[in-house]
Every structure is written in C-alpha cells, then in structure tokens.
Design a protein around this ligand. Structure first.
Ligand SMILES: [Zn+2]
Length: 604
C-alpha cells in the first residue's frame, strides 16, 4: 500500500459553510460586519454622554456586536484559508483573506472606544455589564486585560497604533512569508523550494540530509540582510511601543508575552529553571539518536532524522483509515466521546489530508465559529510521525469541540494551553503505539519519537527563547546586523546544546519562521509549557481513575476563562509557580529516555 493506492485519505467538504466565493451568504456576512462597525462607530459618539441603565445597555450591545462581527469574520477567514491551503495559487482565496484582515482591523478599531471604556470603568459598572448574560462571556477577558491598565494609552493612541500596525508592523511578516515562499535552494544539482528542502532533512539518507541543510543555509545566506531587516523592524516596533507604554511603569518584554500567554513571570521562571536543571535529559536523547544513526554526534542537519527503519522490521506505510482507527481507539480509552469525535471528524469531511499540487506545508487545526465546527489540515504520507501529527491536530480539534457551547470570547485560549491539548492527545497515541508494538524494533521506533520530541522541547525550544531575549535586548541598543544575529544564535545554542551535537545552526534566526511572526513575541516557550504541562496532567490519570476524562474536559473548558495558574489550582490543587510541578513532568521524560537508551543498548 502507498499514498497513490490509498483511497481512504480524506479531503474536506466546506460547501455548507459557503458554496463558493460568490455565495450570497458570504456577501451577506461581509455586509453584516460592515453594518456592525458603522453601528459601533455611531454608538461610540454617545458613549461619553451616557449614564446609568443607558450606559450599561450601550456597553452590553457593543459587546454583542463585537462578538457577532468577530464570529463572522473568523468564519470567512477560515473559509479563505481552507481553499488557499489546498491551492496556494487561488487568487480569490487571497483576496478574501486580505479582505478579512482589513475587516478584522476595522472591528478592532470600532470596538476600541468601548474596550477602553470598560478597561477604565469602575468595578460596580463592570459588574452590572457582566451580570448581563449577553456580555458575561467577556468577563475574564476584561479582568485579565485590566491587570495591565498601567500601560494603557489614550483611545486615540491605541486606535492609531492598531491602524498603523496593519501596513506597518504586520507587513514585515507578509514580507517574510513572501521571501520564504520564493527562496530557492540548490540541493544535489536540483533547484527546489525551502519546504521541499526541509522535507529532505527528514529522510533516512544522511548525505541527502546534509545536502538539503547546506542548500537551506546557502539560500538564507543569500538574503540574510533582508531577513535581518525583518527581525529588526518587528523588534524595533515592539520596543518603541513598549517605550510609549512605560510612562508610569516600565514595560518588560517578558511581561508582555506572559500576560498574553495567561501565565505569571514566576511560572515562566520555574518552567525554564527546571528545564535547565534537567538539561542532561535532552542531551541524552540527542546522544541516543546519534548512536542509533551510527554517528559520534548529531549535526544540526540530523536533529529531525527519522528512525533508521531500513535496518529494522518496522511497519511501513499506514493507510489513513487504519490510522484514524488507531487514533480514535487511543482517544476512546481515555474518553469514549473523544474517540467517537475523531471518527466523526473523518466521516463528516472535516479533515483534509490528500496530497495536492500547490499545497501549503505544515499542519493546523482551524474552526468555523459560525457553526461551531473544527477542521484539520495536513498532508498524508503514511509515516508514524504523520500519525502523531494527526493525533496532535485532532487534540486541538477536540479542545475546540468541548468548548463549542461556550460564548465566543471564552473559547479563545492562549498558545500555552492550546499546545497542552494537542500534546496530550499525542501522548495518548504514543502510549497506544508503544503498547501495541510487538518487537523491540517497533518499540524503539516509538521511543525514537519520544527522544526526538524531548530534544526538541527541552533543548531547541529553550535555545530559541534564549536567542529571542538576546535579540530584544540587542535591538534596544540599535540595529542588529545579520552577523550579530548569527553570533547571538550560536551563543544561545552553545548555552543549551553545549557539546551534545557537533555544530550549531547559525542561520536558524532566519530559517525558523517563529521569530518573524509580527502578531506575537516569544512564540517558543509555549511549546515547552504545553509539553510539560500536558505530561503533568497526564500523570494524574491513575489518581483520578474513571473520573479523569471528566476532569480533563473540565480543564479544557476553562482554558479561555482563567489563567494557567488558576486552572491547575482549581482542577488539581497544584502550584505551577513552583519547580515541583515541572520536575514531576521532567521525571516522566527521564523515564522515557531511559527506556529509549535501554532499547538502543539491546538492539545496537
Ligand atoms: Zn499545535
């Protein structure tokens, strides 16, 4: 069996959302958004002169409008990306995507006066607004935002910043994507795109991995000053904005990120500190992988090298339908409804995995909030890591599904908690794979995935975090040229990888897209957080027995309406500001790597 003969690979069906780009329902939704923005603008004019019941009514209505417009805009935006993911060259999809970006900025600006008002409003007024069922879903959002009121600017300044960001700050991210899409790499005498070159670093042949990695280095090297200009612009903007917000109290860049991720600084410190104290776990994983590949040490081009299955009796191609069964069964052992949900996603055409021309790389989970339906996008290749990706994205989808009856605002969760749900789902499937394995080779195949995951989360992610801190601080001193970015990256890798690998990845700052994302800083430690946080929750499975699936659903339900500290205290009575919580998770990884090392000893 191979991809070509596997007729079980699904494509999604979204025609009941909108038939196509000319569907009158889509035009109607776009008009509704415009009408709502106009109405909000009108209401804003009378806001300052209103009082008593009138004022409460206006604020509640504004919240209802914001919610309705946001749901429609999000739905149209997901529709655009559902088409462009399958066919990146679809112009109509790009147009709709650009349109929804503009509309989203319009909604934000139209709601801004009400947002500012609610941020500064006295507690009793707030209480009146949020005791109305129509507005109750915004309670946590405002409670949380108000914690940073000391850095709030005037309404005019806030509107100006968000209006200027559309073609200012966020243009740099668009430029990065343009660059990433157009860069060509020379690999083994052939010219290929970055995504294809990256895929070659995931293959068995070590010579081809090195060729592909060199090709990627040369490609980024040829445009390193452009990539450096992007990082400087994005971080320069952020530093400048922080300056503006520092009139009363200085803004710390890590506080900005932690607030967004709904965690406290002490939690971040405990997370990073515990990981650093257990650095040997990740290093042992890297050394084990090198041993498995017959190398003295891994090079930067080997970090994603697959299990050397050519030497083993490991299972080859997995069909999509077999894999969805495997994932659904693994989910069902925790919660039958979760297993049933995975099958529903497949049966209803909510997954798109069939390889197609002009397809985007990567995998994601999206949602159509108008109808409360999730979607999963990925490209099937039948490998074991593909099965894990499927589990990961279905974990996100289950998270969305559990929350579907909450108010829209309460379904928006931070990346830290998003990655918790996906990695938790992965762990369910990894455990099932390990249990089903009948030979040591098969066991090593899943243990290999554990090792790769441990090295990525416990070493690579902290190195990215380290680099971004250095970048922000260097940018505050002035422009940071490409040569300095390379030096900072090497220093960051030296701190975390030390001598566990044979060389570092000097242009990682350009090649890894996360550093250039304009909408969010420090999109790195949330992955480490999700990894260890989900293992910490998973470890409580035995203690809660039959009740555990309900507890887990309860955790997911609350991810959009409390901080991570509150969440874990409420459901597990533990304090994630303390290293003890994280150390417990790290002990689990330690055991996994021990098992990996034992299997390696047995087989090699
Ligand atoms: Zn994810």
């Amino acid at each position: 069996m191979s991809i070509d003969s596997d007729n079980t690979i699904p494509v999604w069906n979204n025609t009941h959302i909108y038939k196509d780009f000319n569907d009158p329902a889509l035009q109607q939704d776009i008009e509704t958004i415009s009408t709502i923005c106009d109405a909000l603008n009108d209401k804003a004019l009378v806001l300052e002169d209103s009082a008593g019941e009138d004022l409460v009514r206006i604020l509640v209505e504004a919240i209802k409008f914001d919610e309705k417009a946001s749901i429609l805009c999000w739905t149209a935006s997901t529709f655009a990306s559902s088409i462009s993911s399958v066919d990146a060259k679809n112009d109509e999809a790009s147009r709709l995507d650009a349109k929804t970006n503009t509309l989203s900025a319009r909604i934000e600006q139209a709601f801004k006066p009400f947002k500012q008002y609610l941020l500064k409003a006295p507690d009793d007024l707030l209480e009146k607004v949020f005791s109305d069922d129509d507005a109750a879903g915004y309670r946590f959002y405002f409670q949380h935002q108000r914690k940073r009121n000391v850095h709030l600017l005037s309404t005019e300044e806030e509107v100006a910043i968000s209006a200027l960001s559309v073609d200012g700050l966020h243009s740099w991210w668009r430029l990065y994507n343009e660059l990433r899409g157009s860069l060509r790499c020379q690999v083994g005498g052939e010219e290929i795109g970055l995504a294809s070159a990256f895929n070659l670093t995931l293959q068995q042949d070590s010579v081809k991995r090195k060729q592909a990695w060199d090709g990627i280095q040369n490609a980024w090297g040829s445009r390193e000053e452009t990539a450096a200009a992007i990082l400087n612009a994005v971080n320069g903007w952020r530093n400048e904005e922080s300056q503006l917000r520092s009139k009363i109290e200085p803004v710390h860049y890590l506080d900005v990120s932690c607030h967004r991720q709904k965690i406290e600084r002490s939690t971040l410190d405990a997370l990073i500190g515990s990981t650093e104290a257990h650095l040997d776990i990740g290093h042992r994983a890297l050394k084990g992988m090198a041993k498995g590949l017959g190398l003295d040490k891994l090079g930067p081009q080997d970090l994603h090298a697959p299990f050397p299955s050519a030497k083993s009796d490991a299972i080859g191609y997995r069909t999509f339908s077999d894999s969805i069964d495997l994932v659904a069964n693994a989910f069902a052992r925790l919660d039958p409804a979760m297993g049933e949900f995975a099958r529903t996603m497949y049966k209803k055409g909510w997954i798109d995995a069939k390889p197609s021309d002009n397809r985007t790389t990567g995998a994601y989970c999206a949602k159509f909030p108008k109808v409360g339906e999730p979607r999963v996008f990925m490209t099937w290749d039948g490998s074991i890591s593909n099965v894990i990706t499927l589990a990961h994205e279905l974990g996100h989808a289950w998270h969305n599904w559990v929350m579907k009856d909450l108010s829209f605002c309460e379904t928006i969760y931070p990346s830290t908690l998003a990655e918790t749900a996906s990695i938790f789902a992965e762990t369910l499937v990894r455990d099932a794979l390990a249990e089903h394995a009948s030979t040591d080779h098969e066991r090593l195949e899943t243990a290999w995935l554990d090792a790769e995951r441990a090295s990525a989360f416990l070493v690579n992610i902290p190195a990215r975090f380290e680099f971004e801190k250095k970048l922000v601080e260097a940018r505050a001193e002035g422009y940071v040229p490409a040569s300095q970015l390379t030096a900072l990256m090497n220093e960051s890798w030296a701190k975390w990888y030390q001598d566990s690998i044979s060389g570092y990845d000097p242009l990682f700052w350009a090649a890894k897209l996360h550093f250039s994302i304009s909408g969010m800083s420090f999109y790195n430690y949330p992955y480490l957080f999700g990894y260890l946080f989900s293992l910490g929750i998973y470890a409580k499975k035995e203690r809660y027995g039959d009740q555990f699936s309900d507890v887990y659903r309860g955790v997911l339900m609350d991810t959009g309406r409390m901080t991570a500290e509150e969440l874990i205290e409420k459901h597990f009575d533990q304090d994630i500001r303390q290293p003890a919580f994280w150390n417990e998770s790290l002990d689990i990884v330690d055991q996994q790597i021990l098992r990996f090392e034992e299997l390696l000893d047995k087989i090699t």
